[in-house]
Design a protein around this ligand. Sequence first.
Ligand code: HEM
Ligand code: HEM
Length: 471
Amino acid sequence: MELTRPITVSKSKIDEIIDEDSRLTKLIYHYLLSATAWLIFGSFVGLFLGLKFIYPDWGNTAWLSFGRLRPIHTNVVFWGWTSLSMIGLALYVVPRTSQNRLYNLLLSRQALYVINLSVLLGVISLFLGINNGGQEYREFTWPVMLLFALGIGANLLNLYKTVAARKTREIYLSNWYILAAFIWTMVVVVIAYLPFYQNSLGETIIQGYYMHMGVGMWFTPLVLGLTYYFLPKLLNKPIYSYSLGVLAFWTQMVFYSLIGAHHFVFAPIPWWLQTVAIVFSFGMFVTLFAGTANFLLTMKGSFRTIAKSYSLPYILVGVIFYFLASGQGSLEALRSLNKIWHFTNFTVAHSHLTMYGFVVFLIWGGIYALMPRLTGNEPSHILVGIHFWFALIGLLIYGFALMIGGTLQGQSWIDGLPFINSVELMAPYWLWRAVGGTLMFIAHLVFAFNIFKMQPASNKDFVLETAEESV
Ligand code: HEM
Ligand code: HEM
């Protein structure tokens, strides 16, 4: 009997090409290209680190030691990959939703060079063992981070001026999120790098504040702001509720800035400060419900469109992880659960489920939504699918292995068993993490190829099918 149904849903080709200033298209592409190069390098280092848990004798030189490579991995994926790719997308979304041109193209191009230079110098110095001390995610020395801040500041100025000169009356929700992310990040970087109040426990409290403001006030609002543009745009309908978006925005701004101390539950910092952090970590469920409901209700009734699109599935996955993985964080903050999971690999699972499952998937959704429409060059649908499934399955293997292993690890410590017991029991989970990581890394190589395929033509000579665009 002949099969009538194909195994996979065939994806639709893009139905419009946006007539954008080709200089802006190139600028966005260069942001994405640099970001992708950092993703390949950063996740290769991540994979190597994962393999070190199985083959501890690998890379027995100082510059290949775990202590040097781990901050290289985290800083590269934070400042090189995630930041540059989100800024690249914001350079399109902010002018578009302001119905205006980008204020100063050259400024953002210079910022691109400066940020790339800062990440490059940061990596070289970390390889050489030169760092800012032991504090996580701020291992880059201050001159290096000053360069990064200059790049962020220049883009902030550019985007702010673009919104200020907007042709719409309202500031679209995306721009609230995007501008807030830039402003908070400037504040957070300054607080984290000023040395004079950071003595002993003061340093610990600032570290908690910095770490969580980094993930919660840079990556989270920036990527949510982008999604508030791409999701309704791709579905060709307005966002379900503007008010829910505003509620999610303000609770994010207020609650998130109070929860940094949940990184140091049971540490010798004031008990009340930990309690405040725990209460507001739980309060984040309000934000999560409001934000996720808004996205899912926007998608309601459009699941066929999602199945036929090759960018929307990434956004769907990102939204689901936004809720599940952040909600997991709210639970981790509770004293009863933190007791088991703190210091274990469970936290590493949470980091990747959030940063990767939520932030990175939404970024990929945005890139696949935008680039083909800007350049007229579509990637192969099969390859986009391979990228999607390898990344998703890899992440699930990575996440579940470390969630299960991390819980057993914590239980073994609570039971007072010899430390080596917890190392031995982790062996199969670390192996699974490496399997997941390998799939993720392969997905990144496929993504890099797709980025290459979506490059703008040197002369923009493709036919405009539909140039009419609205927010
Ligand atoms: C409702 C929102 C969230 C809450 C309440 C939350 C809570 C937590 C808690 C309690 C920890 C510390 C675990 C421990 O060390 O014992 C943690 C760690 C972490 N979270 Fe979240 N999380 C949330 C969302 C996110 C998001 C959206 C991201 C990424 C964009 C993220 C990234 C991280 C990272 C990278 C760490 C590891 C920090 C480290 O290196 O120690 N979290 N989170
Ligand atoms: C091939 C993909 C990847 C692999 C194999 C990988 C592997 C690793 C490993 C082995 C560590 C050290 C864990 C430890 O200290 O025990 C780590 C840490 C980390 N990675 Fe990745 N990684 C990958 C991709 C990414 C990406 C794309 C991001 C962010 C966008 C990311 C964010 C982080 C963070 C935030 C930490 C610190 C975790 C914590 O302290 O809780 N990783 N990664």
